[in-house]
Design a binder for this molecule. Structure first.
Ligand code: KMH
Ligand code: ZN
Length: 303
């Protein structure tokens, strides 16, 4: 990827850790997801990263919750790249139950989203409060190579493009054996996830370091920054030629410290930054071309 490429903006629409106590705009019902999707697409988002919730906001990985949310989104917007989370942290924390690998695979197998996240290694996934001098939460995100290859095989069988989420530089090296095994298909989609306590520190220097670790194969890359520090990382990614993800999953605040009234506020600010750095926001069609995700049936919705 280069500075000349259009920028794919992904909207992380809901997440599964923050809830309406922290931000009233976080969508819970399929109808609310659809309204937020409309705002994301109108402001320039071309991919929507989805964590499912039940109608009352409890994080879920049930097929029927993913299906209802996806159908509502696709009924509202003309086209957008549908990206499912396969992460388990939110369901464990807020849903207060562990989920099996089979449960992480099932929505992929049945609903066949365009893209699904693939966490590239196990980490301590925590949030630390400097004011309280303690951990707000602290769980282990298990992603052994066996887990990774199981998820990846399911994605390959369903024609889903993997988004490789790297929370540290070792995760980038974890692509090497998968490439050697012939499990990956170019162009790879690589996200540098920065700012989780347990992962790499969220600095521009570290983003450049992560980029240097990307294997020499055809790929697209971008940054996922957590907390308000996200905005500096968005600027760094744009300067380095990368894509960006913003949205209520990762950060609730605009650069000036105001809380976002919707995902649309965050996407609009990201689009401003894209233009201010002399780059251009990718259309959905351009994003599909770049990521090799042609429009197709998802969650039973025909193109
Ligand atoms: N919220 C990000 C820091 C996933 O859904 O696969 C992590 C994430 C993981 O997006
Ligand atoms: Zn996520």
């Amino acid at each position: 990827m280069s500075f000349e490429d259009p920028v794919i903006i992904t909207g992380a629409i809901s997440g599964a850790i923050a809830n309406r106590d922290q931000c009233p705009a976080i969508p819970y019902t399929p109808e609310e997801y659809a309204a937020e999707a409309r705002r994301i697409v109108d402001e320039g988002g071309s991919m929507i990263h989805i964590h499912a919730r039940t109608r009352d906001g409890v994080p879920s990985c049930e097929v029927e919750d993913f299906r209802a949310i996806t159908q509502a989104i696709l009924a509202e917007v003309d086209d957008v790249i549908i990206n499912y989370s396969t992460g388990s942290v939110g369901v464990t924390l807020l849903g207060k139950r562990t989920i099996s690998l089979d449960q992480r695979v099932e929505p992929l197998r049945v609903l066949k989203p365009d893209v699904a996240t693939l966490n590239m290694g196990s980490i301590n996934f925590a949030k630390y409060s400097y004011s309280r001098k303690g951990f707000v939460f602290d769980v282990i995100a298990e992603n052994s190579f066996e887990t990774i290859t199981t998820l990846l095989t399911a994605m390959n069988e369903a024609g889903i493009r993997a988004e490789h989420e790297c929370f540290d530089s070792g995760h980038m090296a974890n692509l090497d054996p998968l490439l050697d095994m012939g499990l990956l298909h170019e162009p790879l989609q690589i996200s540098c996830v920065m700012g989780v306590t347990g992962g790499i520190r969220p600095t521009a220097q570290n983003l450049a370091h992560l980029c240097e670790q990307i294997p020499p194969v055809k790929h697209n890359w971008g940054v996922i920054g957590v907390s308000r520090k996200q905005w500096g990382l968005v600027a760094a990614s744009l300067a380095l030629g990368g894509n960006v993800r913003v949205g209520l999953e990762d950060n609730l605040y605009l650069p000036n410290g105001e809380i976002a009234r919707s995902n649309g506020d965050l996407i609009a600010k990201a689009a401003d930054l894209v233009r201010d750095t002399g780059r251009r926001v990718a259309t959905v069609a351009e994003a599909r071309e770049m990521l090799a995700t042609p429009k197709r049936e998802v969650a039973g919705v025909k193109p």
